[in-house]
Ligand binder design. Structure first.
Ligand SMILES: [Zn+2]
Length: 401
């Protein structure tokens, strides 16, 4: 490439980097499935979650009320739309496909609304995002690194060029996906330990891929809204969390530290400009014993709990003396408000202005619009095929008997 071409390229890159954008910098939505304050608080007090702790100190935090299903597929869609499941249409797991297909969602998610308004968006491994919708930006679905080849796992199709699809695939699949099971009696303690290691391996691998994929794009800059779903903590909590402080609890604690480290990695790309929301879809409570033998298999006994977490930190955040209260329905309206977009009157939550700075609120009154859903969502004729890896996980968690 000659020098003139380089200058043109630099100018174009700069123009894209400073695109339309939100007045207060980008917004990051980091989802940590199943994160629970009662498990986090002792770790925060011991200084073991430094990135989340710093974010809390730069803003507000709250117990985040889930919906009555406590079902991750339902609740992550509620978080993305600000609407109840009856309105958004994702009511459960898809017991034939795995995660429910994005085509089942009846209303716009925040990334559709923001993208339509000119914001550049990046999604990484968001729940129920396959098949990948075309967005004003990049959409990497959780099926992108699946061992089963299937269409529509990323949009645009050539998103990884020029770095190269092959190089990205090597990076994202460099951790083993499964732990080999020993040929032992499925009721034995050896089989139980192998099953636990398999869940831990899958969790580490999945979250590493989601974060690495996001980093490949965040490092290029130019995104106004970024959302990621880290699912691993929920799986590890199901299989390791006990009621007391046993060995299993130590593994869960270590996984919280892992999630905190991933948050730290992603926040490097904020350069303190992004307002960041860290949320979970529900909390978690352990049981004793954490695993039981049932129908010739080990089954987890722990359960989702109604209160998840919300941390809102960064330039637009206010300062809160104590832990507040909010609903999963409030997340999408808050994101729209922070990005300068109107909140739909047909959304079931409210923007969390009490967690935003006076400075921001003074110059940004809440805008309203009757609805963002003025037309039916476009039909996607792609053939839907099952995701055996997710189905196996749902079986492990006990969602499929
Ligand atoms: Zn779960």
């Amino acid at each position: 490439m000659n020098r003139a071409a380089l200058i043109v390229l630099a100018a174009l890159t700069f123009a894209r980097g400073s695109a339309a954008g939100a007045p207060g910098g980008p917004v990051f939505l980091i989802g940590i499935d199943g994160a629970s304050w009662d498990l986090m608080d002792p770790l925060l007090a011991a200084g073991r979650l430094p990135n989340l702790s710093a974010l809390m100190k730069s803003g507000c935090h709250a117990a985040l009320r889930s919906d009555d299903t406590l079902n991750s597929a339902v609740v992550w869609t509620t978080i993305a739309t600000g609407k109840t499941r009856q309105k958004h249409g994702i009511e459960s797991w898809d017991l034939e496909l795995g995660q429910p297909p994005s085509t089942l969602r009846k209303v716009k998610a925040v990334w559709n609304i923001l993208g339509d308004a000119g914001a550049r968006v990046l999604l990484s491994y968001y729940m129920a995002s396959w098949p990948a919708e075309d967005l004003n930006g990049v959409n990497i679905t959780p099926r992108w690194d699946s061992s089963v080849a299937v269409d529509g796992t990323i949009s645009p199709k050539d998103a990884f060029a020029p770095a190269g699809e092959a190089a990205a695939r090597r990076l994202l699949t460099r951790w083993p996906r499964t732990f080999p099971q020993s040929p032992s009696d499925p009721n034995s303690e050896r089989a139980r330990d192998d099953a636990r290691l398999d869940v831990l391996t899958r969790a580490l691998s999945q979250d590493e891929s989601a974060a690495s994929a996001a980093e490949l794009f965040l490092s290029k800059g130019g995104f106004d809204f970024f959302a990621i779903h880290l699912w691993g903590l929920d799986w590890v909590s199901h299989w390791f969390l006990e009621a007391g402080a046993g060995e299993g609890r130590a593994t869960v604690d270590a996984y919280y530290e892992r999630a905190d480290a991933l948050v730290g990695r992603l926040l490097r790309f904020s350069r303190e400009r992004a307002t960041v929301m860290v949320v979970s879809d529900h909390g978690f409570k352990g049981a004793e014993p954490s695993l039981v033998r049932k129908n010739g298999r080990w089954r987890p006994t722990g359960a989702h709990a109604p209160a998840g977490i919300l941390i809102l930190g960064g330039p637009r955040a206010g300062r809160c003396a104590s832990r507040g209260d909010a609903s999963v329905l409030d997340v999408a309206p808050t994101i729209l408000h922070m990005m300068g977009s109107a909140v739909g009157e047909d959304m079931d939550g409210e923007p969390l202005t009490r967690f935003l700075s006076e400075d921001f609120s003074r110059s940004n009154p809440v805008k309203r619009i009757a609805t963002h859903d003025t037309a039916a969502r476009p039909l996607d004729a792609r053939k839907l095929t099952a995701d055996p890896e997710t189905l196996e996980l749902l079986r492990k968690m006990g969602y499929i008997r």
